[in-house]
Design a protein around this ligand. Structure first.
Ligand code: NAP
Length: 397
């Protein structure tokens, strides 16, 4: 019999197919087919470089096995096999205890990045994932493409509306879709899809239409962002997904939402807000948003956001590049509003969502830590408990 060994796996249900792990792996142990992103047990040397770059924590799965799962087996999975299903003897019932000390230390370090392993809110609706893939994408038609930011701002952020006609494409707020840019890469292979958060609610950008919206910023060198930002009404787009099974809204109308975002990271929170507006207008749980952009004319949805009543959404819009005004980041405003944040942190009904630039994570965590500790709460313990209860979510790139 083979000696039991640790195998690194990726949870196909939670993975959002951003392929960042594949691009990061220094030994090319991570690969994909049309369906899944998987780890080759023969190549993986447990360097852990892929763990902190994963936005969902789906990369952080381990099983003790007698015989490693093959690539073919992993490609076919819709969800991960439980540890108990594995192997024949020693591996049965084997678990994290079987990991050696060095591995545990590495994992503990890795979990510090990317917000650790995320869980869906207990009351969230069940998401549909991975319905369309690289080999079988949905074909959507562009219904609208509107610029959200001024020409003078130097930032071209677009509101895209995609329509799916008769193809079922069920999404929940907070989920993402992939867009496959046309053409081939430098190696003559089709381009991988690029991920965008859906910015409309589950019942459509227009209620009861089979459409959804995205919020996309044109990046100077961005292959897909330029393709998307230049799309015209009626153009056809190849779409994969939907993806994401944890960054979801609670259904509970008493749940309180604290949303922290920068730039286009506001996309999912537009969906959250519209969902509450449409489906739970009288919800007792409040929504508080800290949203950072360079200036009002580069903050996506600045006008419409200001029209959302405070009783539904309390907005703290902060700006970093207004001439003559001191730079302000979301974490600075959180400190100014620390009583509001402390009140939310102390409430078991509160769900925290952080979305946007990866660089903001550290500053936002520090603000939470200062605020929590000023009220006698240990931040790490509070955050980890919230994460385990599906109440702490991070999606940063
Ligand atoms: P951006 O305009 O570059 O930045 C937005 C604001 O964040 C600016 O005020 C910026 O200030 C500030 N900022 C920079 N570093 C910060 C830090 N360390 N802490 C706090 N604030 C900081 O943003 P963007 O280009 O729109 O990028 C948004 C990010 O969201 C991207 O990484 C994108 O991939 C990600 N995202 C997008 C979606 C989507 O669906 N579109 C979904 C999820 C995540 P400065 O003046 O200092 O630059």
């Amino acid at each position: 019999m083979n000696k039991p060994l640790k195998q690194h796996l990726i949870d196909p249900e939670i993975c959002i197919r951003c392929y960042t792990c594949e691009m990061t792996c220094p030994v090319e142990a991570i690969t994909h087919d049309d369906n899944n992103v998987v780890v080759d047990a023969e190549k993986c040397d447990f360097c852990m470089d892929c763990i902190p770059v994963c936005p969902t924590g789906s990369i952080d799965e381990w099983r003790v096995v007698n015989t490693p799962y093959s690539l073919e087996e992993q490609f076919s999975w819709e969800d991960l096999p439980a540890q108990g299903d594995v192997g024949t003897s020693a591996a049965q019932g084997g678990s994290v205890e079987a990991l050696d000390d060095a591995m545990e230390a590495l994992l503990a370090e890795a979990h510090k990045g990317a917000g650790g392993k995320s869980k869906a809110p207990a009351s969230a609706a069940k998401p549909t994932v991975n319905m369309y893939n690289l080999g079988k994408p949905a074909i959507a038609k562009v219904q609208g493409n509107y610029r959200l930011t001024s020409t003078e701002s130097g930032s071209d952020v677009r509101h895209l509306i995609l329509e799916f006609g008769g193809q079922p494409f069920p999404v929940l707020e907070g989920q993402s879709i992939g867009i496959i840019p046309p053409g081939l890469d430098a190696n003559g292979k089709p381009h991988l899809p690029r991920l965008y958060s859906v910015s409309s609610p589950r019942d459509g950008e227009r209620p009861n239409f089979n459409n959804l919206s995205l919020t996309v910023k044109r990046e100077e060198q961005g292959l897909c962002s330029n393709y998307v930002c230049d799309l015209k009404i009626g153009d056809e787009v190849r779409v994969t997904g939907p993806f994401g099974a944890t960054f979801l809204m609670p259904e509970d109308p008493a749940a309180r939402l604290l949303m922290v975002c920068t730039g286009t990271g506001a996309a999912p929170f537009r969906g959250f807000t519209m969902r509450r507006q449409r489906a739970a207008a009288g919800a007792s749980g409040d929504m508080v948003m800290f949203f950072g952009a360079r200036a009002p004319d580069s903050l996506p949805y600045f006008g419409p956001l200001n029209k959302v009543p405070d009783r539904l959404l309390k907005k703290h819009l902060v700006f970093s590049r207004i001439p003559g005004v001191e730079k302000e980041y979301v974490q600075d405003r959180m400190m100014v509003e620390q009583e509001v944040v402390a009140n939310l942190l102390a409430d078991p009904k509160t769900h925290i969502y952080i979305c946007g630039l990866r660089g903001m994570e550290q500053g936002v965590e520090l603000a939470f830590k200062n605020i929590a500790e000023s009220t006698g709460l240990g931040w790490e313990a509070t955050r980890d408990a919230m994460r385990d209860e599906g109440r702490y979510h991070v999606e940063t790139y």
